[in-house]
Ligand binder design. Structure first.
Ligand code: PRP
Length: 207
């Protein structure tokens, strides 16, 4: 019997953490002499694997390119997507989204925030009725205060080492995140072979 399900996994922190769980599921990890290979079709030993940017994972699942996706809650909240269900917390790749700045002080007056989490940051300040100006930045966020782009950032924090290295303080936690298994809602539970793959993840996660 061959697997007929494909899982799209977010590269970086999530992919690294998911590899161990994948092996615990009893599946081969797709190895390749070409480390840049990002698409591994399903075979007899494992489901298919697509490696993509976290921001794109919900869309790949929504369009049925992959039956399942694995992505951080941070990306799911930033990119809410119709037709996609969060089905399991995989309890790996723990991190948090945080408001950070050069001083351990809540912004005084309108807050200028550099972030790639525009929706999440806007919502965070809206709930506090605090005016905010979002400066979209797709990476190297920790540089923003030093170069005068914005005095605050909303970014992922795991160990806190990056903030510390740039002399930044964690002012407030926005929310805690971990890797989530998501599924295409239209085929979830009825899709050929989907339930057994879900049960496998559930077993290794201990949930
Ligand atoms: C995130 C974030 C920081 C770092 C924080 O980047 O932007 O740079 O992790 O981790 P730390 O608290 O352990 O130092 P990530 O590696 O996820 O890459 P990204 O730029 O693609 O988000």
């Amino acid at each position: 019997m061959s697997y007929n399900v494909t899982i799209a996994v977010a590269k970086g922190r999530t992919l690294e953490a998911v590899r161990q769980r994948w092996l615990e599921c009893g599946w081969d990890w797709p190895e390749s002499s070409n480390s840049r290979q990002l698409w591994f079709p399903p075979d007899r030993a494992r489901p298919g694997l697509i490696v993509a940017r976290g921001a794109d994972i919900p869309m790949l699942v929504q369009r049925g390119i992959a039956e399942f996706g694995i992505v951080g809650l941070d990306m799911l909240r930033e990119h809410p997507t119709d037709g996609v269900l969060e089905v399991l917390d995989l309890d790996v790749a723990h991190c948090r989204l945080a408001l950070a700045g050069a001083k351990m002080e809540w912004p005084d007056g309108p807050a200028r925030i550099a972030t790639k989490y525009q929706r999440v940051a806007r919502d965070f300040f809206r709930r506090r009725s605090h005016p905010v100006e979002i400066v979209p930045l797709s990476g190297s966020l920790e540089l923003a205060p030093a170069i005068g782009l914005a005095p605050y950032i909303v970014d992922v924090v795991q160990t806190g080492a990056t903030l510390k290295a740039h002399g930044l303080y964690e002012i407030s936690t926005v929310f805690h995140s971990s890797a989530r298994l998501i599924a295409n809602a239209a085929v979830w539970r009825t899709g050929n072979g989907m339930l057994s793959v879900y049960e496998q993840w559930k077993a290794v996660t201990g949930r």
